[in-house]
Design a protein around this ligand. Structure first.
Ligand code: ADP
Length: 259
């Protein structure tokens, strides 16, 4: 499990090399390549149908690419799936907590799935909950928490096994504006403290401004991989949304879905 062992230190946290995935005739992910460094926050921006969910399913090992390569900390996702997945944390778009269990019970269950002994899991859970401002909710039933706090529990769960890459699949869907902003700020701070690479999929342009990089995906392809400032400047416009519309021709397919 030592990622500093010979050779691996030079590897990016996450690497995609010419990844392709089709459903019959539809190329949902069409030759996607990019790399994420430890501590980098990358916003993956694309309208519905761009291929974001398919990309996340490939990144989380649910699908295997038709061709191309995915590596997590130098471990190939197809040939070397166990160590690759061990270094990956995922917050799914759909809520996945057991609402009948307490916050701690949800987290202990997940720790068990990752083979983390209870003696290690318990202090780790306490530390995560306190870092996320939820120490006093540890023994509450999860159903008693607000949507924003449930997302924080899902984040704590994704971090329990100390991943080096964190996948957030449209994590603010269903949250109120204040909770959305809080979650985004939390991740922007946390990724530096923990040197974890964050890939944050969204269709909301206002979640992109503070990212280190923005990757624009459309019809399965990467249209851009740059900073938010350069994306806007290159298009000669003043907002990320205008830049996106300029890149995609502004047609119906390119339009970002509303909140
Ligand atoms: P996004 O998450 O950006 O909305 P998706 O990855 O869900 O994009 O979809 C990318 C493309 O693949 C779309 O054209 C979509 O209709 C198609 N697609 C997604 N899932 C399936 C599936 N299970 N079977 C066939 N086509 C699919």
């Amino acid at each position: 499990m030592d990622d500093r062992s010979a050779g691996v230190i030079a590897a990016p946290a996450l690497l995609l090399d010419n990844v392709v995935k089709s459903y019959g005739p539809i190329r949902a992910v069409n030759g996607v390549s990019f790399a994420a460094r430890p501590g980098e926050f990358i916003a993956l921006l694309g309208p519905n149908g761009a291929g974001k969910s398919t990309l996340f399913q490939l990144l989380s090992g649910l699908f295997v690419p038709d061709s191309g390569r995915i590596e997590v900390m130098g471990h190939d996702m197809t040939r070397d799936a166990v160590p690759a997945l061990a270094r990956l944390g995922i917050v799914f778009q759909q809520p996945t907590l057991d609402l009948e269990l307490s916050v701690t019970a949800n987290l202990l269950f997940h720790a068990g799935l990752h083979g983390i002994p209870r003696s290690i899991a318990k202090p780790r859970i306490e530390a995560e909950l306190s870092r996320l401002g939820l120490a006093d909710r540890a023994h509450d039933k999860t159903s008693q928490l607000s949507g924003g706090n449930r997302r924080r529990v899902e984040l704590a769960r994704a971090l329990l096994h100390q991943p080096r890459v964190l996948l957030m699949d449209e994590p603010t869907v269903g949250l109120d504006p204040a909770s959305r902003t809080d979650l985004l700020k939390l991740l922007l701070t946390m990724r530096l403290e923990r040197a974890v690479a964050v890939l944050w999929a969204t269709h909301l342009c206002d979640e992109v401004a503070d990212a280190d990089r923005v990757i624009v995906m459309h019809k399965g392809k990467l249209l851009a991989d740059t900073t938010p400032e350069k994306l806007v400047a290159a298009a000669g416009v003043s907002t990320v949304e205008e830049a996106f519309l300029a890149m995609t021709g502004g047609g119906e397919e390119g339009r970002l879905a509303g909140r």
